[in-house]
Design a protein around this ligand. Structure first.
Ligand code: ADQ
Length: 457
């Protein structure tokens, strides 16, 4: 029987024809190879833990149930109040609570048990993101010897920050149970190797792999991207009316989930500095779309109030009867509309303080009219900056530097805009999600599963 693909991610898409780059890439890989997509599903209740068959024509979708207690401990707790802040250099926001790590391990163990009942020995398993670090170890302890790959969408933590985990040595062990660990950037790979090098249980092999007990794991970067062509098409089809009818001379745009890692207060302050110091430059508005996310986590509640306050202050100071400098939309906006708004913006501000990749940077570039493109202002701390070196790179903590970059973007001559856009577009095309999925899966298929003992290494 040919190898099927088993994908595990925090969410499985509810619609039959999914949209969004990552989801489309996984959907296509599953359609091609057949297999199962396993994840949580908003319509599945929480009564009893089980894998629920969600139907599906070309491949199966199985949803795991989470009790309210599981969700609190595993998802809101350990994943988003411990692992997320650690990966984004915010150890000050970590909430250590025994019930979080117990819940995280309990949910991973249960999913492993349920998976073990539905997988065949030849299947290739691809697990996504920080919700499931221990899943391979749990599967191995049940005797599963399949090829198992893991892709981390967020930054690989600094090794000193890993000491904040309740059980720091577990982290390297969890990763070692995969055959292949995929990270976003070369800098992430360097940090991961640094962790293994410092671990007396690990042996660095000449081919770059790591031997860890009976396990052998390879670590590589697979920079994620978007479906560039379909995003560009959506942007053309949905271009907004000319900017001046809505926003004065021009507008710059920001599109983010509302998250403390995205540098939004610093961005608003930088825009204020632009208005303060450059009153002779083009009059521009900032359109910031930032729908709520993870609102039950405390750190996320405070940031919304902060942003509303800064936007109010800036609008009060610089606004006019018919013009508000900052338009802050704190709600989801349909994808097509976002694509059109990105196309119409003279510049995009993608200025996270830390970010695995940041797909909005790539979406903005794909959405531009190559004849008259806008300019990407990009944080040096977004994974996207490793390859998109022709964007205007800034330190998002430096409000003056970001304000100067906004000015430069809005006054940049056409020829320079075109040259920078061409260079950035090359990166977007080279990292198209289809290429990304294919290169990860080919690399996983090429791994030789090591001789494994059953039980924990
Ligand atoms: P995120 O932190 O969610 O992803 P990002 O890469 O920017 O961040 O992806 C967000 C996606 O959601 C983009 O496609 C964007 O267009 C869309 N989006 C944002 N705001 C929206 C809104 N208001 N309405 C509708 N859609 C909106 C994590 C990591 C990133 C990594 C990705 C993929 O944190 O670093 O790039 O996974 O690996």
């Amino acid at each position: 029987m040919p190898a099927r693909l088993i994908v595990v991610s925090n969410r499985i898409p509810s619609e039959a024809t999914p949209s969004g780059g990552l989801v489309v890439a996984l959907h296509e890989a599953l359609r091609e190879k057949g297999g199962i997509w396993i994840g949580a599903h908003p319509e599945v209740g929480s009564e009893e833990p089980a894998l629920i068959d969600m139907g599906g024509t070309q491949y199966d979708k199985l949803a795991f149930r989470l009790t309210e207690e599981d969700r609190e401990a595993y998802y809101l707790g350990f994943a988003n109040s411990v692992l997320w802040p650690i990966a984004h250099h915010r150890t000050d926001l970590v909430e250590i609570n025994r019930s979080f790590d117990e819940g995280y391990l309990r949910v991973n163990r249960r999913i492993a048990q349920q998976m073990a009942e539905v997988i065949s020995p030849e299947d290739h398993i691809w697990i996504h993101d920080y919700h499931f670090f221990p899943l391979a170890e749990e599967l191995r302890s049940l005797g599963v010897t399949n090829r198992i790959g893991f892709f981390l969408h967020i930054p690989f933590p600094n090794i000193t920050d890993l000491d904040v985990l309740p059980d720091p040595p577990a982290f390297a062990r969890w990763l070692a149970h995969y055959d292949l660990v995929g990270l976003q950037t070369r800098a992430d790979v360097a940090r991961c190797l640094e962790m293994f090098r410092a671990d007396p249980r690990a042996e660095m092999l000449p081919d770059g792999a790591i031997k860890f007990g009976a396990q052998e794991v390879s670590v590589r970067s697979f920079p994620i991207g978007i479906s560039a062509e379909s995003f560009a098409r959506a942007a053309q089809d949905c271009a907004p009316p000319p900017a001046h009818e809505l926003f004065g001379d021009a507008y710059v745009i920001g599109v983010d989930r509302l998250d403390y890692s995205k540098g939004l207060p610093q961005r608003f302050r930088a825009f204020e500095r632009y208005l303060e110091s450059y009153d002779t430059g083009p009059r521009a508005s900032l359109v910031q779309i930032a729908p709520p996310s993870r609102e039950s986590v405390r750190a996320y509640q405070e940031i919304t109030a902060d942003l509303q306050q800064i936007a109010g202050q800036v609008n009060g100071r610089f606004g006019e009867v018919h013009w508000a400098p900052i338009r802050f939309l704190h709600r989801p906006v349909p994808r097509d509309e976002i694509a059109g708004l990105l196309r119409g913006a003279r510049a995009a501000l993608v200025t996270p303080l830390a970010d695995g990749m940041n797909l909005v940077a790539k979406e903005y570039v794909a959405a531009q009219d190559p004849e008259d493109p806008g300019v990407l202002v990009l944080s040096r701390f977004a994974g996207a900056a490793e390859d998109m070196t022709e964007a205007l790179l800034v330190n998002p903590h430096d409000v003056d530097e970001t304000a100067a970059a906004i000015r430069r973007a809005l006054t940049m001559p056409l020829e320079e805009r075109q040259a920078r856009h061409t260079a950035c577009l090359k990166v977007v095309e080279a990292t198209d999600t289809r290429i990304w999925a294919r290169s990860f899966l080919n690399r996983l298929a090429a791994c030789t599963p090591a001789l494994r003992i059953t039980g924990r290494a």
